[in-house]
Design a protein around this ligand. Structure first.
Ligand code: ATP
Length: 215
């Protein structure tokens, strides 16, 4: 079984997350994608962060109704900061014999990987799918990034839209539709008492309103 791993703060989960995940799932023929909300994101210390249990519940309740997208509490139940490499290893330990994993990342996260714990181990552990938002020709930028920050020796295969390395896992490019929704935008709208209907799944809207999040 081919499975995607999609991490994020999901503060809150929005329709952009669902639509890009669905797009990648079809493009790469993945059987399922696990969404795993981060408990204490090491990279975003200063945002208006809803409690992990609320963010996880938004993801779990929404994805329960969507085939092929699953919620994982792997990071929210771990103490202390969550590091992606630990999460990948836990998934591989739990499901490694039946699942082949792919790590999904937005380009913002991808270009930030040099600051991540054990980034080399991540690039050796799983193929990475970089979701590029509505843009073409960014592979040049990614080629120089890989060369400078990850390792020399990646080769670009245009037909397959991926970089291949003899020692590391492939880095695949997936252009995704441009969807102008972000969690930052949702938090701002809630704070300003503007509607978020159509921007987030219904269960997310209900949880935000009931628990008075982001006010
Ligand atoms: P914030 O606005 O708080 O930074 P976000 O909307 O980017 O949050 P995250 O939880 O950080 O949400 O997102 C997880 C991943 O989803 C990131 O890698 C990000 O690039 C990607 N992502 C988020 N929104 C979109 C979108 N509209 N289109 C494509 N990818 C997205």
């Amino acid at each position: 079984m081919k499975a995607g791993l999609f991490g994020g703060t999901f503060n809150p989960l929005h329709n952009g997350h669902i639509r890009v995940a669905d797009h990648v799932k079809h493009q790469f023929g993945l059987d399922k994608i696990f969404f795993f909300p981060a408990a204490t994101p090491p990279h975003k210390p200063n945002i208006n962060l809803a409690p992990a249990r609320d963010r996880y519940e938004m993801v779990k309740t929404t994805l329960a109704a969507i085939d092929g997208l699953d919620a994982s509490d792997i990071e929210v139940t771990r103490d202390g900061p969550s590091f992606t490499i630990d999460t990948i290893r836990s998934f591989q330990q739990r499901h490694g014999t039946t699942h082949r994993f792919f790590l999904l990342m937005g380009s913002d996260a991808f270009f930030d990987t040099p600051s991540w714990k054990k980034k080399d181990a991540i690039f050796s552990a799983v193929p990475i799918i970089v979701m590029l938002r509505g843009t073409h020709g960014q592979h040049q930028l990614i080629a120089s990034f890989l060369d400078e920050h990850i390792s020399k020796g990646y080769t670009w295969y245009q037909e397959e839209n991926r970089f291949v390395h003899d020692r590391l896992q492939p880095v695949c490019i997936c252009p995704v539709p441009k969807i102008d929704i972000s969690s930052t935008m949702i938090r701002h709208r809630v704070k300003q008492h503007l509607s978020i209907k159509g921007l987030v799944p219904d269960p997310v809207e209900k949880i935000i309103s009931k628990r008075k999040l982001y006010l």
